[in-house]
Design a protein around this ligand. Sequence first.
Ligand code: NG6
Ligand code: CA
Length: 495
Amino acid sequence: MNKKIIISLFAALLLLSCQSETKKPNVIIIYADDLGFGDVSAYNQGTLNTPNVDRIANEGIRFNNGHSSSATCSPSRYALLTGTYPWRNKNAKISTGASLIIDTSQQTLPKMFKKNNYATAIIGKWHLGLGSGKIDYNTKIVPGPNEVGFDYSYIMPDTQDRVPTVYIENGLVKNLEKEDPLYVSFKTNFDNQPTGKSNPELLTTKWHHGHFNTIVNGISRIGFMKGGKKAHWSDIDMADHFLDITKSYINQNKNKPFFLFYSMQQPHVPRTPHPRFVGKSGMGPRGDVIVELDWCIGELYKTLEEKNLLENTLIIISSDNGPVLNDGYYDDAVEKLGDHTPSGIFRGGKYSLFEAGTRVPFITHWKGTVKPNVSNKLISQIDLFNSLSSIIGSDQKTHDGENLSSLLLSGNGKEREKLILEAFGKTALKMKNWVLIPPYKGSAVSRYTNVELGNSKDYQLYNLNDDPSQKTNLKETEKEKFIELLETYNEIINN
Ligand code: NG6
Ligand code: CA
């Protein structure tokens, strides 16, 4: 073969490989924190307005029966990223300065994408633990998101109400100065620094339960922190900050397939809307940060539109768990709620085994590929691993997930039949239109958050078709159903 032929063959091969690459859609998971089923106006439940999310929902598919894998954050995120039920891992519980919950040898969504030549990034809330053992925030923190498959990570380590209140970029605390090291403890205070408990006069937002340790920006947090002043985040600018980083990430990666986990902090506490959103909802900070979240999602959509990426991008919007009003600060969430219904018609909320603990907004959008639809079929975030894997032509699968790719892209087709729901390590079974909640100790209603948790000394059986608000326990009258669900529950839990 002469040189010319070899060069043109090589060029043709290169072109072919580039073409097949471009067929792989970008995938963006937009993940809200504590956003309820009724908080998105496209769901026609509450009184808040979310026009940007609604637009995406109306152009795409609105799933009415979409679930997160847990009623709290870390376990839900664990399941989303690993396709594995969180109750299989005893460490998959709400992280407060914990070690990395995902094993670095485990298969993960970002690793799956990476293997298929995607660029991968997480921007926003992580809350899956960092390091292994005591963390030194003044050196590179490993393992973390980069060690489980993200090429790029720009994160809030745990939650907005937990220390350290700093961003971490690829394992390094952003803007940290050598002369002012950062120390963190969840046990003891440093040098008698003021806390929310000892110095309430320094607070701009008062704590209601928990959240009474180190004060940053007038808000006391969970845990103690000292130093690292230059690195402290500004709460009111957090949404803009994550959005800016997200936009520039998209700009830099627009020519290759990318998987982006845009993990928003709203409407988790402390709710700190930028001043331009203050008062916009009439519902106080909780409503205002949802308006802010909606604006951010609109900006992200615009960015994709401007860069001509909408036709090559699958967008998924969901939330890590159901809604809560009072989650530890006096912020008028209860007082200013009015007629709004964050849980929609469903019972419970964040922390609950009842439906609203995990039944969350779930929307897919892919211009030109996904046709507008509304789907009542059951789908869980735990299915995203297998479904996305199938969509991009990979053969990787997880044990607990199902491949619901056609449901995800059309709203029709095979749905999930059985799903284990989880809240605080307690589990329940949803099977078709039935839910079985085993007996659990603990109060029926949380005395702090006022959420109905689902605990009862009896088994509870509900038929969601007739009774979506789970008011009537059918355990005594539907004996056969009860036994069927109990056997199925035991079978899944023990496998
Ligand atoms: C709880 C916090 C709550 C919230 C939650 C995590 C107290 C009393 N409550 O422990 O405010 O931070 O953890 O929420 O401290 S999640 O959405 O990240 O799971
Ligand atoms: Ca959450």
